[in-house]
Design a binder for this molecule. Structure first.
Ligand code: PXL
Length: 283
């Protein structure tokens, strides 16, 4: 049977459960062949730690891509996450051009809670917006969507009409499908809403709104979503898998936040992910 192959381009934070240390094991567990391109190596992620090490691997990226091309490798999909610099955004764009025809999923990791992450600039946001225009599916949170559209960030009090119009403006930037995460309409529920500009269809899935934040949950969501889309499960199932898996990871960690403040116990939740995938096969 064909095994789907996905490349994933993001940093390797050696401690802290985000980016590659989540993407590789999670999508492997989903049955995909995962090929990582590490953009940098950090001793930890940057949220809550101080004094982390950082080795930029930009120099290696074009060489890895060139070798893969020379070997005649092909990919069903690529997913991208945290990138360290504008020049790396250009390298990802070149990767898209080198391997045409694959599903391109871009999470424009750069901001949350109304603010750009430390070290990120408006110029970076503008370049990331250009990369998103070349993607098939983009996965911004509400803050990232606001930066991409040069609009004010609206944290609460919006309705479905606002989210649908926001998704239309995001796809008008050039990508086929936009998925916006962290949507809360009624306080009790949180989820994600998607818009496919080719078919004009909206998709959504909500679960319990748990009032606790953990670093890396955006990366978990995007890896689960990209994995499910690569498996050709369709956007509705992909949203259900990504939302429900992310919530399950948070539930398993929230009572242990004192010891486990840096990320969620996504490993414990992998059997739950496999049950969600089995359910899709039975339907
Ligand atoms: O989870 C996104 C992410 C990944 N990698 C590093 C980060 C962040 C977010 O801040 O700092 C190094």
């Amino acid at each position: 049977m064909n095994q789907y192959r996905i490349a994933t381009i993001q940093d390797l934070s050696c401690f802290g459960k985000c980016s590659l240390t989540v993407a590789v094991p999670l999508m492997s567990a989903m049955g995909l062949e995962v090929c990582p391109i590490p953009t940098a190596i950090l001793s930890t992620h940057t949220d809550g730690f101080t004094g982390w090490t950082f080795r930029d691997l930009s120099e290696d990226i074009p060489k890895i891509v060139e070798h893969w091309k020379k070997e005649g490798l092909t990919f069903d999909a690529v997913s991208t996450g945290y990138l360290g610099s504008i020049s790396q955004i250009g390298m990802v764009s070149d990767f898209f051009d080198t391997f045409p025809g694959m599903l391109r999923v871009v999470d424009p990791v750069m901001a949350d809670h109304g603010k750009l992450y430390t070290g990120f600039t408006l110029e970076y946001a503008a370049e990331m917006t250009k990369l998103c225009a070349k993607a098939d599916v983009i996965v911004p949170n509400l803050t990232e969507a606001a930066f991409m559209l040069n609009e004010p960030y609206i944290a609460t009090g919006y309705d479905e009409e606002y989210i649908h119009a926001l998704l239309q403006r995001l796809t008008a930037l050039g990508c086929r499908t936009a998925v916006v995460t962290g949507v809360i309409y009624d306080g009790a529920h949180q989820g994600a809403v998607a818009y496919d500009s080719k078919t004009g269809k909206y998709f959504e899935h909500f679960n319990e709104n748990i009032d606790v934040t953990f670093h890396g949950t955006g990366d978990i969501f995007t890896s689960a979503l990209a994995g499910a889309l690569t498996l050709e499960l369709g956007m509705q199932r992909a949203l259900e898998i990504a939302v429900d898996y992310t919530v399950d990871c948070i539930r398993r960690t929230m009572d242990d936040k004192k010891n486990h403040w840096y990320g969620v116990k996504f490993e414990e939740s992998i059997p739950f992910m496999l049950k969600l995938l089995d359910k899709c096969k039975c339907e």
